[in-house]
Design a protein around this ligand. Structure first.
Ligand code: CP3
Length: 334
């Protein structure tokens, strides 16, 4: 078994697998080269030859333990026929949500529309660099975060549109729809070769405590349970949430990915399941001594705990690939 799955499935504490959120992306010159010639981001995600190549780019450079497929959480609304575009220096822009039409879409139509994503997972997981050596990670957005994009139609940055919660009927119907198609999307990824699923809840931190059961705990638990029935481990990343302990007890993922605002010492004490991530991505913008010091801090804190090295959010576009190389070597030498 590859070492990421060893930690997730057998709670091994002696191994320190490493992969990095957004490892396939804008900090790599070879990615920028491809991106320059492919202005349409969705089309690039649907070009399975290029998306496989991009997925493997960081694996060729660094001794990472997993490949995360080059795709996006917004491929799900795209697969449900909501318009999705990425505007330079702005982020995603979605079209109007036409719920009545979306409710008529079948599993087959959805799968067909984003089929190249699954083809890329299959290709990557069978590649000589990966097969029997490293894990292939599939992923989805959590229902709450996808709902944020589908209703808000752009990144909420600091807050949601004022009338976000006004249409209760739409919210209820959208949750049912997301539950159904997220499960289809998860199953398709696993059948194509994904050995781990990560659920990204990037906007979990926007909600008040009292809204967590309805918008986060219940819908995410439904997905976690589903992934478990397929015998694949699931990592949850509820970024910005205040009480990670309560989240783990209620949602019951196989591992929890922490953001850089939380105290890792407290997490190590409170949480029994494998932990992933934590280090501030900005540390990679400093110098090697500081990078080593910060990485060792996390490794030391979690030395007797099943731990997967990662950052507390995606690697920043300004990161020097040499710093990434140094980080991976530091973790591997530990
Ligand atoms: O981690 C990886 O390397 C795999 C690929 C991956 C992408 N997006 C590629 C991407 C993954 C796992 C994601 C997840 C994703 N997408 C999340 C959850 C994680 C997080 O960052 O909070 C979210 C919220 C999105 C939605 C999204 N996609 C936004 C807001 C943006 C624009 C701003 C940004 O962060 O870049 C994207 C575009 C995107 N997705 C890029 C990449 C490499 C940049 C595309 C480009 O301009 O070249």
């Amino acid at each position: 078994m590859n070492i990421l799955n060893e930690v997730l499935q057998n709670n091994k504490t002696s191994l320190n697998p490493i992969w990095i959120m957004r490892q396939a992306g804008r900090y790599l010159p070879e990615f920028r080269e491809i991106r320059k010639k492919n202005q349409n981001f969705i089309k690039l995600c649907l070009n399975n030859e290029l998306s496989s190549e991009i997925t493997l780019q960081p694996i060729k450079r660094f001794d990472l333990d997993a490949a995360i497929i080059f795709s996006d959480i917004l491929m799900l609304p795209y697969g449900l026929n909501q318009g999705v575009e990425f505007k330079k220096n702005f982020g995603p822009i979605l079209g109007d949500l036409k719920l009545n039409e979306t409710l008529k879409i079948t599993d087959k139509e959805f799968t067909k529309k984003i089929y190249p994503v699954y083809k890329a997972i299959n290709f990557v997981s069978e590649n000589d660099l990966i097969k029997n050596k490293k894990s292939t990670i599939g992923f989805v957005g959590a229902p709450w975060t996808l709902m944020v994009y589908m209703i808000n139609k752009q990144s909420p940055k600091l807050s949601l549109k004022r009338d976000f919660f006004s249409d209760k009927d739409t919210i209820d119907k959208l949750f049912l729809l997301l539950d159904k198609f997220l499960k289809v999307h998860i199953k398709n990824q696993i059948e194509s070769g994904a050995q781990v699923i990560q659920i990204f809840d990037s906007w979990a931190g926007l909600l008040n405590e009292k809204d967590l059961p309805k918008f986060i705990y219940n819908p995410t638990f439904s997905l976690v349970e589903y992934v478990k029935t397929l015998n694949i481990p699931v990592i949850c990343f509820p970024r910005g949430i205040k009480n990670y302990k309560a989240y783990c007890e209620i949602v019951k993922p196989d591992a929890i990915c922490i953001d850089y605002e939380v105290d890792p010492i407290k997490i190590e004490k409170e949480i029994k399941i494998p932990v992933q991530g934590g280090m501030d991505p900005k540390v990679l913008l400093t110098d090697k001594d500081n990078l080593k010091k910060e990485a060792l801090k996390y490794l030391d804190i979690f030395k007797d705990h099943p731990y997967i090295f990662n950052l507390g959010h995606g690697v920043l576009p300004d990161t020097n690939p040499d710093m990434m190389d140094y980080l991976v070597k530091t973790v591997k030498d530990y």
